[in-house]
Design a protein around this ligand. Sequence first.
Ligand code: FE2
Ligand code: FE2
Length: 163
Amino acid sequence: MLRVDQAGEYGATRIYAGQLAVLRQNSPASRLIARMSGQEQRHLERFNALMAERRVRPTALQPIWNVAGFALGAATALMSEKAAMACTDAVETEIDRHYGEQLEALGDEDPEFAADIRAFRAEELEHRDTAREAGAAQAFGYPVLTTAVRAACRLAIGLSKRI
Ligand SMILES: [Fe+2]
Ligand SMILES: [Fe+2]
């Protein structure tokens, strides 16, 4: 669980890095993304620390998530600011589902880890709402784009669980 969560938070930082590399600095979208990116960085650092503490190895796919995350961020930002927001909308929808499943599976086990997941999940939902308020749904091709990004997220989650 920790391995896939750390991979996901790492991927999130890479997506936002890709978007920030493309978007005009200090634009409203950039400012929103920079704030969300800071929270992802915090999630990632917490899971990094837990992994070190518990001797969990990271996914072997990390180098792929580095490139794929950045590419997804850059590509959506190149489409438009609203497409960048649609990407966050889609990603956080899948992450919410994923964290929800983990919390259910954990039950009363490992309350320390569960508390982190719960706190981070709440922030991911804020990101999703931020993206929606910023007009994600007005992005050109929103249904196709979000369906594709959600499928990519599910694939990435599935792979990071196994490898
Ligand atoms: Fe996160
Ligand atoms: Fe997030």
